[in-house]
Write a new protein. Structure first.
Length: 228
């Protein structure tokens, strides 16, 4: 499930967007102003941040500048201002895209999904790509630097979950509940065993799976190895 932050000082807009995105399976966190949005980004990891430009406490432009110092997650601006100088102001503050009000919810949703998939390295609904690693959910295949590797069903599911949640620190408990199921009663160190197997199979690309001491793991963008 993707998680977004939506910041707008108009309660009706917040409610409408929240209802629409939640119905589509997206977890939505709401902020009433730019200052609150910055605080929430400091405390949470988001796949996308949507900011209204004209907000109290901090406007969207200033909030974006501060957010850019915290996260690389994509930022989408909303504004009734559509002149070129306003668009340029949004981009110069660190925004990735811009939507002019009023907008159809379907358009905002589709644009947000494209931005999230690009940020997470999801180039197709059933294809995950990160550096030299490609995971094809349809064909149950994993390629490392173009060569197919063999993974068990559980290792495939684990790698898929890590790649889908790229750049997010995942505890062993969360991984167990999502990959093994909530009723799993074994030792959470079983995750470590499977991570070792996946790393060995990935070879040079194994460095994409980072160990977070005393917590769990995080998948980061794998560098493409140059062919000699």
């Amino acid at each position: 499930m993707f998680k977004i932050l939506f910041a707008d000082d108009e309660a009706k807009i917040r409610e409408t967007v929240n209802d629409y995105f939640t119905a589509k399976g997206v977890e939505v966190h709401l902020a009433e102003n730019g200052g609150q949005a910055v605080e929430m980004v400091e405390e949470n990891e988001y796949d996308l941040i949507i900011l209204d430009v004209m907000m109290p406490v901090l406007n969207g432009l200033e909030a974006c500048r501060r957010i850019r110092k915290i996260t690389k997650a994509p930022v989408l601006f909303l504004s009734a201002l559509g002149e070129e100088r306003d668009l340029l102001g949004g981009y110069s503050s660190g925004a990735d895209d811009y939507v002019v009000k009023p907008f159809p919810l379907s358009v905002l949703f589709e644009k947000s999904q494209r931005m999230i998939r690009r940020y997470r390295g999801i180039t197709d609904e059933n294809l995950l790509v990160s550096g030299g690693i490609t995971l094809d959910k349809n064909r149950f295949r994993v390629l490392s630097n173009g060569e197919e590797i063999t993974l068990s069903s559980k290792d495939f599911q684990l790698l898929e979950y890590l790649m889908t949640n790229k750049n997010i620190v995942l505890s062993r408990h969360i991984i167990l509940s999502r990959v093994w199921g909530y009723d799993f009663e074994g030792d959470d160190r079983v995750v470590d065993t499977h991570i070792k197997i996946i790393r060995k199979a990935l070879g040079e690309n194994s460095k994409a799976i980072k160990t977070v001491v005393n917590v769990g793991y995080k998948f980061e963008e794998a560098e493409v190895n140059e062919q000699k």
